[in-house]
Design a protein around this ligand. Structure first.
Ligand code: TTP
Ligand code: MG
Length: 203
């Protein structure tokens, strides 16, 4: 692959649902389009919320995209003219995404990705911690807690009107029908094991 000197890095846009991650990704892509950059936008085919071949934000901004099932498919589209690779909802791809982002950035491509930092349990979402660690730039967006209206950093899953339990599967595609943005204090995960008990009172 052709190597451009001193270009190429990784930008990650992260945070909970309803934070405007997709909107921010589209904003960055549109600015680069005005500058006549060669941009490829990808999204995992798992999320069919807004149809195929488009990334769409809550405020209905949109940009053309290529659906992929595996991160390695990206390499079929990248060529010497590619300046920018953008990926929305990267948390749904496989872990090889991390190596691919690193490889592209090493070879002079500006990589812009957005993805959830946590799952509904409040735990790190699959390989996102690795991606956040290797990125040159991280934008951590917050939403607004639907309960107390402070900044929300977590995603609450709601099933049949109640907080989803810890053992629910990680993947459940949805939007307002099954999810809310909540802060640390209002986020509820019934059945979540305590992770740290050292300073708790024991009878
Ligand atoms: P996002 O694009 O993160 O959600 P969003 O569009 O509301 O946020 P933004 O405005 O910031 O772009 O999409 C998250 C997807 O992930 C959605 O389909 C629900 C799914 N999801 C899971 O499958 N498991 C989980 O644990 C969580 C929290 C979300
Ligand atoms: Mg989104």
């Amino acid at each position: 692959m052709y190597v451009r000197q001193r270009e190429g890095w990784i930008e990650v846009i992260t945070g909970p649902m309803f934070a405007g991650k997709t909107e921010e990704l589209i904003r960055r892509v549109k600015r680069l389009e005005y500058a006549k950059q060669n941009i490829l936008v990808f999204k995992p085919s798992i999320d069919t919320r807004y149809g195929n071949n488009e990334v769409v934000s809550h405020n209905n901004n949109r940009t053309k995209s290529i659906n992929i099932r595996k991160a390695s498919e990206i390499m079929q589209y990248v060529d010497n003219d590619t300046n920018v690779v953008a990926i929305d909802e990267i948390q749904f791809l496989d872990e090889e995404s991390v190596e691919i982002c690193e490889y592209l950035a090493d070879h002079g491509i500006r990589v812009i990705v957005s993805g959830l930092d946590r799952n509904f349990r409040g735990e790190p979402f699959s390989f996102m911690p690795r991606l956040l660690a290797i990125a040159e730039d991280v934008t951590k967006l917050s939403a607004i807690c639907v309960v107390c209206h402070t900044p929300a950093t977590r995603t609450q899953r709601i099933v049949n009107g109640k907080p989803a339990s810890y053992n629910d599967p990680i993947i459940l595609v949805g939007a307002k029908d099954s999810y809310e943005a909540r802060c640390r204090h209002c986020h509820q995960v019934p059945g979540k094991p305590a992770t740290y008990t050292r300073f708790e009172d024991h009878e």
